[in-house]
Ligand binder design. Structure first.
Ligand SMILES: Nc1ncnc2c1ncn2[C@@H]1O[C@H](COP(=O)(O)OP(=O)(O)OP(=O)(O)O)[C@@H](O)[C@H]1O
Ligand SMILES: [Mg+2]
Length: 388
């Protein structure tokens, strides 16, 4: 209101360039308006009654888009940061795990250092699993998508979920009819559901109901849903609903951010939903959460319907292979094969080199793809296996 008064005063003084006023529509917090106040510019108007023209423009849509942009940019920036750190960390951890493996093979279990080395390895493995969640969030994972019917997947998962949530929580699985197929990585999808179920369990310490529901959503229906980001298309929707504590609106904005947690230190790392978010995004889907404090929450996942098309050669769009993954050599060649080890991280390459040579393999190492090709040619192609 004072802004209006000021603007009208300026108009009375015949000023041009009056700042527009952004405000919420009274009585409806959801709608944004922008008012333009213009001075009436005819000089003849001696004693004219009106001195200003006010235009009102509804900016709700624009505001929502701005908010959405800011949010997605934030997630992207955090993702990039997390992904960069996770990638380097992954290499460091791989080197540590390899070195402890080497040490373990050289020590007898009765050796006093053995439990210590074991401890190092176990902790490095724990760190590696955290890093994997971060990589999932930053969508840097290698997914192995297959065409699946989620009805089967969820039916198989039911036992595990029931055990996970315990006896005080009633688990309901509500399968949609004639569910369309989707193309997802089954292991990752299970991770998603398990994570949502664990969160739901934590939100219902005194028991409650957990419902997992699936159904088809047609393009037509997807247009009518109140989610702006959702591109109109056919989707299979998976809902995970609980009757737990619910999430306050200011918390709701942050739940997908990595390391955001409301749980006590040592109880939650805040990576669960970040991982869920990353996996769903990488799969081409969407996830939304609606919640009411005291009533419960529902997480709604939209996975694009898979429509079989004519076979195209190669699968584009898949993430590059995770680095530093040592593939087991084929059984019949074990201990005698010629291995070409390609790895750009020195520490990881050295570890792999030692591990392989100590098992009797002939190892040629390369620190880049180009170098690997040169070595491959120099050897006349006599390489049994390439590890990269
Ligand atoms: N179903 C739910 N009901 C109430 N709050 C939830 C629910 N799911 C998530 N939250 C809130 O979102 C936060 C982030 O969840 P997220 O799964 O990312 O991390 P976390 O569960 O705290 O830790 P982690 O999953 O890494 O062990 C939680 O701390 C909690 O406050
Ligand atoms: Mg969690």
């Amino acid at each position: 209101r004072p802004a209006f008064a000021a603007a009208f005063e300026k108009a009375r003084q015949r000023q041009a360039d009056i700042e527009p006023i952004d405000t919420l529509l009274p009585g409806n917090e959801e709608r944004h308006m922008r008012f333009y106040v213009n001075a009436v510019a005819d000089g003849t108007g001696e004693g004219a009654e009106e001195s200003a023209i006010v235009y009102a423009v509804e900016t709700t849509e624009q505001k929502a888009l701005e908010g959405q942009m800011a949010q997605s940019q934030k997630m992207q920036a955090v993702g990039q940061l997390a992904g960069g750190i996770a990638h380097d960390f992954n290499n460091v951890l791989t080197a540590i795990i390899m070195a402890s493996d080497l040490l373990l093979t050289n020590h007898r279990p009765s050796d006093p250092s053995f439990p210590d080395i074991m401890n190092i390895k176990q902790n490095a493995n724990r760190a590696a699993s955290l890093v994997r969640q971060l990589l999932a969030f930053s969508r840097k994972q290698t997914l192995r998508p297959e065409v699946l019917n989620l009805t089967d997947v969820l039916a198989d998962l039911r036992m595990l979920l029931a055990r996970l949530v315990g006896n005080d929580i009633k688990l309901k699985v509500d399968h949609g009819r004639d569910l369309w197929p989707v193309k997802v990585d089954i292991g990752q999808f299970e991770q998603v559901v398990v994570n949502l179920a664990v969160n739901a369990r934590d939100a219902m310490p005194n028991g409650g109901e957990l419902t997992v529901r699936t159904r088809n959503v047609t393009t037509e229906e997807s247009k009518s849903l109140p989610y702006r980001e959702l591109a109109p298309a056919d989707y299979v929707v998976v809902e995970v609903e609980d009757t737990g504590s619910g999430i306050a609106p200011e918390v709701l904005k942050k739940i997908f951010e990595p390391f955001f947690t409301t749980k006590e230190v040592g109880k939650g790392t805040g990576l669960g939903l970040s991982m869920v978010y990353g996996i769903i995004k990488q799969t081409g889907g969407f996830i939304f959460c609606e919640s009411e404090v005291g009533k419960g929450s529902v997480f709604r996942i939209f996975l694009p319907r898979y429509i079989a098309e004519a076979r195209t050669a190669g699968e584009p769009g898949e993430a590059p292979a995770a680095p530093a993954k040592i593939v087991d050599a084929a059984k019949d060649l074990s201990g005698s094969a010629t291995v070409l080890l390609v790895e750009d991280e020195d520490a990881v390459r050295m570890g792999g080199m030692r591990a392989l040579t100590s098992r009797g393999y002939t190892v040629h190492e390369a620190s880049s793809g180009v170098e690997a090709l040169e070595i491959f040619e120099a050897l006349g192609g006599k390489v049994d296996i390439v590890v990269s």
